[in-house]
Design a protein around this ligand. Structure first.
Ligand code: PLP
Length: 393
């Protein structure tokens, strides 16, 4: 049976070019449209649906979360789920404190404010500059868009928020511009997602950590896309042998419910006073209950081993694909986060993949991004690879 066609609407603001089909249902790693066509998911709602769809554990957690009748209380009161999740994130990371919010961009905006708060405390008002890297994507809000390296996202909104500068991923250049007197923080994605799935070189990130430490500048890692198990360790930074001062996460935290978080050290937290920052919804009892379930699943050794094993296999298959297809220029990635550079425009390949029943996202004009749910099996990955190869042509 097919559902009635959804009439087109002009009521939504036209900020997205949406694919034409209407999605009506999802299960496991597949989505279904109103005409009954199924799509294998290599995008996970842009790295959000790590546990796939219609997951029994997530549904159970949502039911349990409803039992108390407390969906939202505001941050003026204590509730257990958020406090429990904060304890878990502290135990699993470099961090001593956690601030919950509702999205990736909101987490980064908060991290920028906290970095400035700390810098003002230790260095006075001149120490306020924030530095991001060539290729960065940190969000679409007012501060984060100034740290995002895409002219089409930035230019229509000039003048942008001040004191935020983008520099090359080059240590000589960075050593010239990072100063104890003026720089509050550097923000970096260990794997740049929207910027084309660019894995930061481990030597580069280690040197950047050493440089920022030496100059008394904070290092913020944006793990909104690459964190929470996607690269095969719970946080991507663990694979670099370094620790940041702040870290932001969001996308997969609450199985598709909006949630973000800022993790930070005590040294930074000491600068933050009651009233310095806030958010109405962040870390409410319903979303945080579900997020506890997601944390337990995604941080389990079995899940991380699955991501490493299947990610390695996926990487090998992509390498073989790039060797046999003249239309694949290069591949790069880690865990279940891969970029495939193609000769055709990425949007054309994404469209052909959709026709084949495969959901993909692009990352730049000629890069396809593979972000399957972390629970995807090898057989499902293989099925997606066959569709991918057909779509690449
Ligand atoms: C690395 C990174 N930072 C920040 C963001 C912004 O997150 P949100 O869209 O939840 O605001 C994204 C979203 O794609 C991201 O990939």
């Amino acid at each position: 049976m097919t559902a009635a066609a959804l009439p087109m609407t002009d009521a939504l603001l036209g900020t997205y070019k949406r694919a034409p089909m209407e999605l009506v249902r999802a299960d496991g790693v597949r989505l279904y449209d109103a005409e009954g066509k199924d799509y294998l998911d290599f995008a996970a709602g842009i790295a959000v649906n790590a546990l796939g769809y219609n997951d029994a554990g997530v549904k159970q957690a949502m039911t349990e979360a409803m039992a108390s009748g407390l969906v939202h209380t505001s941050n003026l009161f204590r509730t257990a789920p958020g406090e429990q999740l904060a304890e878990k994130l502290v135990a699993a990371s470099f961090a001593d404190r956690v601030f919950f919010c509702n999205s990736g961009a909101e987490a980064n905006e908060g991290a920028f404010k906290i970095a400035r708060r700390w810098a003002r405390e230790v260095g006075g008002p001149a120490k306020h500059e924030l530095i991001s890297l060539r290729g960065a994507f940190h969000g679409r809000l007012f501060g984060t868009v100034a740290a995002t390296d895409r002219p089409q996202y930035r230019n229509p909104f000039r003048p942008l928020a001040g004191g935020i500068h983008i520099h090359e991923r080059d240590l000589t250049d960075l050593a010239r511009v990072i100063s104890d007197e003026q720089t509050a923080a550097v923000i970096a994605e260990p794997i740049q997602g929207e910027g084309g799935v660019r894995v930061l070189d481990s030597g580069f990130l280690r040197e950047l950590r050493a440089l920022t430490r030496e100059r008394n500048v904070l290092l913020i890692l944006d793990e909104i896309q690459c964190g929470y198990g996607r690269t095969g360790s719970f946080f991507a930074y663990e694979q670099y042998g370094i620790e940041p001062d702040l870290l932001t996460v969001a996308k997969p935290m609450a199985a598709g419910l909006p949630m973000g978080a800022i993790l930070l050290t005590q040294r930074v937290a000491d600068a933050v006073q009651p009233g310095d920052h806030g958010t109405t919804f962040g870390g409410g009892p319903f979303v945080a209950h579900v997020a506890n379930h997601v944390f337990d699943r995604l941080s389990s050794p079995e899940m991380l081993a699955h991501v490493r094993r299947e990610g390695e296999w996926l990487g090998d298959q992509l390498l073989a694909l790039s060797a046999r297809s003249a239309k694949v220029r290069s591949i790069r990635g880690r865990g279940l986060m891969w970029g495939v550079d193609v000769t055709d425009p990425a949007k054309d390949v994404v469209g052909r993949a959709l026709a084949q029943g495969l959901i993909l996202v692009g990352a730049g004009d000629h890069t396809l991004r593979l972000l399957p749910p972390l629970v995807m099996t090898r057989a499902e990955l293989g099925e997606g690879l066959a569709k991918l190869e057909a779509a690449i042509g």
